[in-house]
Every structure is written in C-alpha cells, then in structure tokens.
Design a protein around this ligand. Structure first.
Ligand SMILES: [Zn+2]
Length: 61
C-alpha cells in the first residue's frame, strides 16, 4: 500500500488512478529486481574468477 499524493488515501501499489479522488498517481519507480539467489551466483562466480586470476598470476614460479 501507498498513499495518494493528492488526497493521502491509501491506494494499491499497482493502481494508476486514485480510487478516492480519481486523479492519476505516478507509478512506483521500478527498481531492477535481482533476486538474492542470482546475486549469490554472480558473487561466487566473481570470487572464483578473482581467485583463479590471482593463482595464475602468483601461483606460477
Ligand atoms: Zn487521491
């Protein structure tokens, strides 16, 4: 729920028009939704990549 900027009435997040004053309400900013699972996958991939890079740089003597 959020409040209408015109009349402060609680309206649903997805509604484009206020149900009380019938004025258009600006849509919620649509943040890019990256789920924590994919964030962890990318994080682990990045860590593995960095470790592999460090091993290849300093591991060969
Ligand atoms: Zn309103």
């Amino acid at each position: 729920m959020r409040s209408c900027p015109h009349c402060e009435t609680n309206i649903a997040n997805e509604s484009k028009v206020c149900s009380n004053c019938n004025k258009a309400v600006p849509p919620l900013p649509n943040y890019p939704s990256i789920s924590p699972k994919w964030f962890m996958v990318f994080f682990i991939f990045f860590v593995v990549l960095v470790v592999a890079l460090l091993v290849s740089m300093f591991g060969m003597r």
